[in-house]
Design a protein around this ligand. Sequence first.
Ligand SMILES: *Cc1c(COP(=O)(O)O)cnc(C)c1O
Length: 428
Amino acid sequence: MDHFHYRNRVLYCEDVAIPELANQYGTPLFVYSQATLLHHLTQLQQAFAPADPIVCYSVKTNGNLSICKLMAGNGAGFDVTSGGELYRALRAGAKGDHIVFAGVGKTDEEMRYGLNSNVLMFNVESEAELFALGEVAKSMDRRAPVALRVNPALPPKTHVKTDTSVKGTKFGLDIDSVLEVAQKVVGHPHLEIIGLHMHLGSPILSAQPYREGAEKGVHLIEKLRQQGHAIRFLNMGGGFGIHYRKQEALPAQAFAEVILPAVKASGCRLVLEPGRFIVGNAGVLISRVLYTKESGGRRFIIQDAGMNDLIRPTLYDSFHRIWPVVPDDSVPVMPDDFEAPIVGTVYQDVVGPVCESGDFLAKERALPLMKRGELLCTFSAGAYGMAMSSNYNSRLRAAEVLVTGDTHRLIRRRETFSDLVAAEEACI
Ligand SMILES: *Cc1c(COP(=O)(O)O)cnc(C)c1O
């Protein structure tokens, strides 16, 4: 259930009219629905309940402190990929034993920070990293808890830039060599292998890869135990897909059905690292039309959100539904299918102000003719939107607002010109 809907041809987030938010906080503006965030978290917690899961919210998806705090307050743990994300999780009130530390290139300093924070485990992705972690733990007279991240070498599932479990990506240990590596650290005084980890890629719209991955996982866990490692955790990562085009995403139940039997067979406690599934459909990006123009046989809508606010279309050729916040009655209130012809529309490119030909949110998109000052909504922008935003072109990063019921509050203020130069000012 996503709590964004039209009432009398005005877009609402829960019980708040979006134009009100745009007027009060300005644009571009990320708007999040608390009810939607919690609905998706709860859906996962309930679907996987038989495995007593630790649902570790993936901080890289959207690291906003208020969103992390909401997650911590509702029983989520955290999946962090850097020292910075660990800092965010701790600032949001997370306990170390609910944090898993992932990432293919952890520095010694990050490992020390993780050990000092008593993280539940480090997801380790290479033999070199494993021995480096052993050294760091030794220097602190500690034993580091480790899950080995395996690349299960599955067929392609999603965009090449976000598929992490085909052969030849930089992620994880090769499935053919993971046991060889594990053998080298049997009885290691400063490393304790307690889990097996995999993250298949993202977004994934089918349960089948999880079935295959989990089955390979169970087999490996058996072998690791035979080596003498007391494996207690099976971490199946994240990657569960969401609605970007229409209602294409699977419910949490569908993934649970294929993962739970493997967890049971392994006798492990389940760890999950969902990000997009929780926050993706819970956020939208609101922008204001600056100009329209025709050029070279194409029509352009130039609006105030660009690739620096939402880079997914540029980076991954991603599709986001875009529709007026206040559609007039010449068009449907909200089309069912954005890829079919839509009455009252013409094909247009939705672009931003950034000086790059790659600065667009949509190309050849069916939209009504827009006027200067009107508002557009880019849906499903809660994940990898703000988190991947930048100051390119010295643009100020957008503000973020959290809505709950008929109330709303700023959870990140819009940046100012002095924010832009803050880190440089002391150095001139
Ligand atoms: C990115 C990432 C996730 C989260 O992926 P989603 O698609 O947002 O669920 C989880 N685990 C790891 C290791 C990741 O890199």
